[in-house]
Design a binder for this molecule. Structure first.
Ligand code: ADP
Length: 390
């Protein structure tokens, strides 16, 4: 069975085509700069990489290019070989406690939720409609980032804001990166050889979130109503005292929209270092002794450790911590900064294994196992889609 995983933005479509259940990647690729005359279409198959620059006016045209490309390069004989398409959706609000077939009603609900995720949900809906237009005869499945976090209990997801805000406007913690947290926690459980576990997944990429997973279910997560809450990130503040907002809006004479933009795009590593939002460049600057770059990493590591301590208490123990995503998988430095702050939990990391980005980086004496696991959101989307095709 062939399943396509799709992750679309307002000007891009990224896809992977899997043979299931073997999970072999048959092809992958992307359409970028949709709406521009110099848009690109990249198709990877059998270690070939094929790229075209051409005008791509909309998502429908982008989807047609992908399908035609797959047929032209004989990856597929016809479009009918694709048995299902799974679409990543950032925000499912409280409506979507599970993934759903992307019926017309479901697509309308995804659009209704777009005021909570303006950058994402509308683009996802446009993309689903485009795929359904080009491929009307296969099941399209909406796979929500927020669904994995829907198992949190009220004391974890509610804020101490007026209760009517929750009832009327849905103000609560939703959590994000759910497909990554689910995938990585499942792999961690396989490594621990049981699903009765207490684990913490640290997804540290440009966006970053920490999730507590007990017996395979999410019980707490650091991102909140939006992906701005939690630990500091590449360009985002993470949680700060909300009183700073109105205070600084007055001082800088800026609108709340401008403030929101600064918190999202000018803060985090970039804001503190004044140099970069990219962890590799930040590490270069740290090696050169730049104090603010050192502080940017330390601030983040301290807050990651704070969350881990708090989730340890919340779950009543901890079997494993797993690092994932661009920085979590590849930065021994960040992992060391975090784990050095966790000695009270009996965490002990083998520095050589850490430097090698090994799968298991804790020592045999460590009370908590520490893993680095490569995330794979696409394969999880494909797995969830298979369940609907069957
Ligand atoms: P996102 O999907 O949120 O955009 P990624 O998970 O791709 O982010 O992570 C991107 C981050 O990972 C960047 O800050 C990048 O510098 C960092 N990164 C990638 N490789 C390395 C590495 N070898 N060492 C340190 N950081 C790395």
């Amino acid at each position: 069975m062939k399943i396509m995983s799709v992750n679309s933005g307002s000007s891009s479509i990224k896809f992977k085509l899997f043979e299931m259940p073997s999970e072999k990647v048959i092809s992958s690729g992307q359409v970028e700069k949709i709406g521009f005359d110099d848009a690109t279409f990249t198709l990877n198959f059998n270690s070939n990489n094929n790229q075209k620059v051409l005008p791509i006016k909309d998502h429908v045209f982008g989807v047609k290019l992908i399908i035609e490309g797959l047929i032209e390069h004989q990856v597929l004989k016809s479009m009918d070989e694709i048995d299902g398409v799974g679409h990543r959706i950032v925000h499912g609000g409280e409506i979507f406690k599970k993934h759903e077939l992307a019926t017309e009603k479901v697509v309308e609900q995804i659009i209704e939720l777009s005021d909570m995720a303006p950058l994402h949900n509308m683009a996802h809906a446009i993309s689903i409609k485009a795929f359904k237009e080009v491929m009307p005869n296969v099941p399209h499945v909406a796979v929500f980032d927020t669904t994995f976090h829907q198992t949190m209990s009220e004391d974890a997801y509610m804020y101490a804001t007026p209760y009517e805000w929750y009832e009327k406007y849905g103000i609560r913690k939703y959590g994000f990166h759910g497909t990554s947290h689910k995938y990585v926690s499942e792999v961690t459980n396989q490594l621990l050889k049981t699903s009765e576990t207490k684990i913490i997944v640290c997804h540290i990429g440009n966006g970053a979130s920490i999730t507590a997973v007990k017996d395979g279910k999410c019980v707490e997560t650091s991102m909140g109503f939006t992906p701005l809450e939690g630990i500091p990130m590449g360009t985002r503040t993470g949680s700060i005292d909300p009183a700073i907002l109105s205070y600084m809006e007055k001082k800088l004479n800026i609108s709340s929209e401008k403030m929101y933009d600064i918190l999202n795009t000018k803060s985090g590593y970039l804001g503190v270092s004044g140099i970069t939002s990219d962890a590799r460049d930040l590490e270069k600057s740290i090696r050169a002794g730049n104090k603010r770059s050192i502080l940017a990493f330390d601030l983040q590591a301290k807050r990651i450790a704070d969350y881990i301590g708090s989730y340890f208490v919340y779950m009543g123990g901890l079997d494993a911590i797993t690092f994932t995503a661009g920085i979590g998988e590849n930065s021994p430095k960040l992992r060391k900064l975090v784990c050095d702050r966790l000695t009270a939990l009996g965490v002990e990391v083998d520095e050589k294994l850490n430097q090698e980005n090994a799968l298991l980086i804790s020592t045999p004496n460590s009370k908590v196992k520490v893993f680095t696991i490569k995330t794979n959101e696409e394969v999880l989307i494909a797995r969830e889609t298979v369940a609907f095709v069957k």
